[in-house]
Design a protein around this ligand. Structure first.
Ligand code: PRX
Length: 576
């Protein structure tokens, strides 16, 4: 299906084909006033640099929560507030390259402390606030995290695991009304009460200095910490400008949580490196509330996800039309396949299509995407970002495929500025992502004769629920801790809104019988330990699970059954 979009005169990228043909990263570096060998610090690029450009009085953050509480920060206020965090962390003994986790809801302190950590040269480890103790402990142990920043609401989850974290020196509670509520090793910090810090000399990181550690789930083992560097801002800056089309008068809303990579690469860095005003909403999904926010703040650029779009679709066009959404000028989506219906629906509802963008925690920035003004082929992810060489390669040999329409793995030619520089504590895992001179994404796609990428699916067992990756191994490990569970397998099962949700197949230990109560108990058991996303929405009690002759559970067979797909090669399946 082909629509007839033409390039708007205002598009930052201009002609994609021309940019792609002539691009090299020095274009972005020059715009940032940086050249090889100079220090570069993301915290300073997003705050000090913008103020030096004379934009200190411009609004950086328009924040609102679900109770209607509001805060506003100008770029100068953001600069001073990030300095406060940097100075405070320095005073409590944080040194450059120490890991500092941010474990909070989407409150201003999240965004500000993240940049403060970077200004100090620390490694920021953002974590999703819905994580339970078990999801937290593996990530904090692996990263050897020194300081955790959190709020009264979430500190109790850290307390539960404190004894397992001997290297976690300090928990900083940023909204503590009364220090008598704190336990040993916990301190209170208040951004509002802290003395202004007018000057803080940002740590002179160079482009390869580690900056951000984002954990992402794999098929096996623990979550992997993708380590990024300060030089990633070069790519985050230019891709935010060209793909999100951010400009001086925009009000930008990225709906992603900063516990996930979209919420930092584009919900903090890309936007503020461009000196753009961001609106941030600390509240759950509600079509009505979202439309009201767009109208109230005059949101012009909206970066969201297919699951959210499907929820908006469920509530109907009429609801959208009750609100003045005329400020919207460009809509972009990420995280899951953006189905053609969603693109068409958004065109009918908002007068604009959602433009798909594809990337990963590991790639650090948008890799394949549709650009404002480009001919959008609904259902396609678009074309590689200028400066990115992407192909599909044969599933087995990893040789590039030139034949249009043939499915292979999406492969990208290393290195680009924002690619991860390693998985924390997991060098073999990192090297396993490269073969024959390519970085292998682990996603399957084809490319049509005109160079558009068409996503097919993941090449592993990781479950993508509502745009968030959850690892089957983590879920299965949590399930096995339940007294009644003998064996388990977690796979994705189709879901209308979230694309897929977790389904667990479980065999019970002797003495336990399947029941609705047990099902509910097991679901909650996982939710509390890991997160609501990892909680199985469906549990099927089985008498046996399909296994290989060597005893490995074949999730692939269960998954195929859920999706009504052919089971494929089962020659290694155990004979019952
Ligand atoms: O499977 C792809 C899917 O999400 C994965 C990356 O997830 P994560 O590392 O959490 O980063 C999410 C934010 C970029 C990919 O390997 N994915 C991402 N974008 C798309 C997508 N699948 C289809 N279409 C997309 N546009």
């Amino acid at each position: 299906m082909h629509s007839d979009k033409t390039i708007p005169a205002t598009s930052n990228i201009g002609s994609y084909e021309e940019r792609a043909a002539s691009f090299d990263w020095s274009v972005a570096e020059a715009e940032l006033g940086w050249s090889e060998g100079d220090p570069i610090n993301i915290g300073a690029v997003c705050t000090d640099r913008i103020c030096e450009q004379g934009l200190g009085a411009k609004l950086a953050l328009l924040w609102e929560d679900s109770h209607g509480k509001e805060r506003k920060y100008t770029f100068d206020e953001l600069r001073v507030a990030t300095n406060k965090y940097a100075r405070y962390l320095q005073d409590i003994g944080v040194s450059p390259q120490d890991r500092v986790c941010v474990f909070m809801d989407r409150i201003p302190d999240f965004y500000i402390s993240f940049l403060g950590i970077l200004k100090l040269g620390g490694i920021a480890q953002p974590l999703f606030s819905a994580f339970g103790p078990e999801s937290l402990v593996v990530r904090l142990q692996d990263a050897d995290t020194k300081v955790a920043l959190t709020t009264m609401r979430h500190v109790r989850k850290l307390r539960k695991i404190r004894q397992d974290l001997p290297n976690l020196e300090t928990i900083v509670v940023v909204d503590c009304p009364d220090v008598s509520k704190l336990k040993e090793g916990e301190v209170a910090f208040s951004l509002d009460a802290a003395e202004p810090v007018e000057e803080f000399e940002a740590y002179p990181a160079w482009r390869e200095t580690p900056s951000v550690l984002h954990y992402t789930s794999g098929t096996t083992g623990k979550p992997k910490g993708a380590l990024h560097v300060h030089g990633s801002v070069i790519q985050q800056y230019i891709s935010a400008k060209w793909v999100l089309d951010l400009g001086p008068d925009d009000v930008y809303w990225c709906t992603a949580d900063p516990g996930w990579v979209t919420g930092t690469s584009y919900g903090i860095i890309g936007a503020w490196a461009n000196g753009v005003t961001q609106m941030i909403y600390d509240g759950g999904f509600s079509s009505e509330a979202w439309y009201k926010l767009i109208a109230k703040y005059g949101v012009t650029i909206w970066y969201s996800a297919p699951t959210a779009i499907r929820l908006l679709m469920r509530d109907g066009k009429e609801l959208a039309w009750k609100h003045d959404l005329s400020s919207l000028r460009h809509l972009i989506s990420v995280g899951e396949p953006l189905n053609a219906e969603a693109v068409i629906w958004s065109e009918e509802t908002f007068g604009k299509p959602f433009y798909d963008s594809y990337w990963q925690t590991e790639t650090g920035s948008i890799i394949i995407t549709n650009y404002p003004g480009m001919d959008v082929r609904p259902g396609s992810m678009g074309k590689p970002f200028p400066g990115i060489e992407a192909k599909v390669v044969d599933l087995q040999t990893h040789e590039p495929i030139d034949e249009p329409g043939r499915v292979g793995l999406i492969a990208i030619k290393p290195f680009w500025p924002s690619i991860m520089r390693g998985y924390w504590n997991n060098t073999p895992g990192y090297f396993s992502k490269f073969d024959r001179g390519w970085y292998l994404t682990g996603d399957r796609s084809s490319i049509d004769a005109d160079g558009y990428f068409w996503f097919v699916g993941r090449d592993d067992d990781v479950i993508n629920t509502g745009g968030h990756l959850v690892g089957p191994f983590e879920i299965e490990s949590a399930l096995l801790e339940h007294d009644a569970v003998a064996e388990s397998a977690a796979v994705g099962t189709p879901d209308k809104v979230n694309m897929e949700v977790v389904k667990a197949f479980i065999t019970l230990k002797p003495g336990f019988e399947p029941s609705d109560d047990l099902e509910l108990e097991i679901m909650n058991f996982v939710r509390k330990r890991l997160s609501p996303l990892a909680m199985p929405q469906v549990i099927e009690f089985a008498t046996t699970l399909p296994k290989t002759r060597s005893g490995k559970i074949m999730r692939r067979v269960l998954r195929a059954q859920e999706w009504g797909e052919p089971i494929g090669d089962i020659s290694t399946l155990e004979n019952d």
